[in-house]
Design a protein around this ligand. Sequence first.
Ligand code: DGL
Length: 280
Amino acid sequence: MSNLANPYTGPIGVFDSGYGGLTILNNIRRSLPDYDFYYLGDNARTPYGSRSFEVVYEFTLQAVRKLFELGCPLVILGCNTASAKALRTIQQKDLPYLDPTRRVLGVIRPTAECIGALTESRHIGVLATAGTIKSDSYPLEVHKLFPDIQVTGVPCPMWVPLVENNEFNSEGADYFVKKYIHTLLEKDPLIDTIILGCTHYPLLYDKIRQFTPSHIHLVAQGEYVANSLTDYLKRHPEIDSRCSKHGRTGFFTTESTEKFRESASIFLKDEIDVKNIILE
Ligand code: DGL
């Protein structure tokens, strides 16, 4: 994307450890077609799901700094693991000195907000990376809003590699999809709603649907994140007026651009403009 005409406006940044955030970007672009976006995938260092708090925080902070340098007034951490492990610290500790006029938002709160209206049994499940489950971010966010809801989580460490390696339609995927759903429903058979708490999981949606009892509601978060962002921009005109609006998207990756283009085609239909970037 060429440089911006108005130095005080810039694209909305969407960050993910890899390709999964493209599912979030797709939903956001559908809801906000006139806005500009920069997508940054830290594909060279993905996956984040099994990394420590300190490492995920450091990598995520580097990405936020880079997107600020590129002119983004608002950054969405389109990655549950980064939202779980880094968002709060970045908002509270780093933003005040980086630039208090800019904003960093995550994907967990908007997903938690929709849950109250979806569950009747008040028992919900969360399927996510080991890092997201271990952080307890989903139970914490859900209980802030709906203290009566019981939240049970199960880590699914094999699902991201299945998606990243284009194996999400294989027999191996069948095995691992059944395995984690079975573990979750064995832990709490009263669950009637399951949050797919990782941006890669929408690509496994058909398989997850196939192996989940039909009365259970599956929540893929893209739509909820997009609605929440649209609402946020309406409520914050001071941020909205700083978002450039030419309907364009630029992509950045820490891996090779060729590899990004090839793998991103699983998630995106259009030809993309992608540049290599170093995070440090
Ligand atoms: N995109 C990340 C998430 O939503 C998962 C991928 C990873 O482990 O890096 O949690």
